[in-house]
Design a protein around this ligand. Structure first.
Ligand code: RIB
Length: 301
């Protein structure tokens, strides 16, 4: 096992406003503090993995603007290899508008910008990078054709592909057999399988459906309940530490970065889920996406 992880995905700048409640359609409300954070599901997962000790290469597409430049500087400070980050001079960098309510829940709208032009051809150009890693992590904030290209390439090269299907969308069935692991949350699971996940039984049903389409292993993240895992020699809910959430943004991203690190280290499924649940629980006690990702020293393992 190596600690090298290739993350391919989105990079955004998050514009965050705290609010006591979300506004209704057509309503203006006065909120609380404003924050600007580095975000984007791909970048968040890359940073989470790097802080937990992995040697991360991150591939994304940014615009030729200050947001993109700041983003790259941030990844470099985290020790992430940014050599394969691409620039689209015709599009702005991705931006996300985020509201956080009093319970720490969020509502997010993403303006994809350059993320939307990460193409299949771009993946061709970085294919040689696939040989240096055993684990590749992707999400769904880049075009689905690009995701499909990564999936077939990863399979051909015998790599373990982890897909975090967020934001949720129905995937072409052909993608599933290329996947080593899929990590939807409850909402995403329902969109993919039409099964509402409310407890362990419904999670098992949905996970079995995903496996019947060809994915090898399934983890359904279930917020404060923990994570349901259906994998080799491991089935059931792994509980998450109880914490007071102030901002749940990127909790799933931190979970995915952490699970990739744990699997790369050769931890068992149970140990890996414990590790990822712990990392994710720490992240919700802090504001921001990348800003909330914990360092290895904070997880007593
Ligand atoms: O998962 C949280 C992320 O979703 C935010 O950082 C935002 O940029 C969106 O991509």
């Amino acid at each position: 096992m190596t600690n090298k992880i290739l993350v391919i995905g989105s990079a955004n700048t998050d514009m965050v406003v705290k609010t006591h409640r979300f506004p209704e359609a057509g309503e203006t409300i006065i909120g609380g503090d404003f924050f600007m954070f580095a975000g984007g599901k791909g970048a968040n997962q890359a940073v989470a993995a790097a802080r937990l000790g992995a040697d991360v290469t991150f591939v994304c597409k940014i615009g030729n603007d200050i947001f993109g430049k700041n983003a790259i500087e941030g990844y470099q400070k985290e020790g992430i290899n940014t050599d394969y980050i691409l620039v689209d001079t015709s599009k702005p960098s991705g931006v996300a508008l985020i509201l956080i309510n009093a319970e720490g829940q969020n509502e997010i709208v993403v303006a994809s910008g350059a993320n939307a032009s990460l193409s299949e051809e771009n993946i061709e150009m970085i294919i040689e990078q696939f040989q240096y890693t055993e684990i590749i992590v992707i999400q769904l904030e880049t075009p689905i054709a690009t995701v499909a290209k990564i999936a077939t390439t990863a399979r051909k090269k015998g790599k373990k592909l982890i897909i975090n299907p967020a934001p949720a969308q129905v995937l072409p069935l052909s993608i599933y057999e290329d996947l080593f692991l899929i990590t939807p949350n409850e909402t995403e699971t329902e969109i993919l399988t039409n099964i509402k996940v409310i407890d362990e039984n419904s999670a098992l049903l949905a996970a079995r459906k995903l496996q019947s389409w060809g994915v090898q292993n399934v983890i359904i993240t279930m917020g404060a309940q923990g994570a349901f895992v259906l994998a080799n020699n491991c089935e059931g809910i792994i509980p998450t530490p109880k914490v007071e959430a102030i901002d749940t943004t990127a909790a799933g991203d931190v979970f995915n970065g952490a699970i990739a690190v744990a699997l790369a280290k050769g931890l068992s499924w149970r140990e890996a889920c414990h590790f990822a649940c712990k990392a994710s629980a720490i992240s919700v006690t802090r504001m921001g996406a990348q800003a909330s990702a914990p360092y290895l020293r904070e997880l007593s393992i």
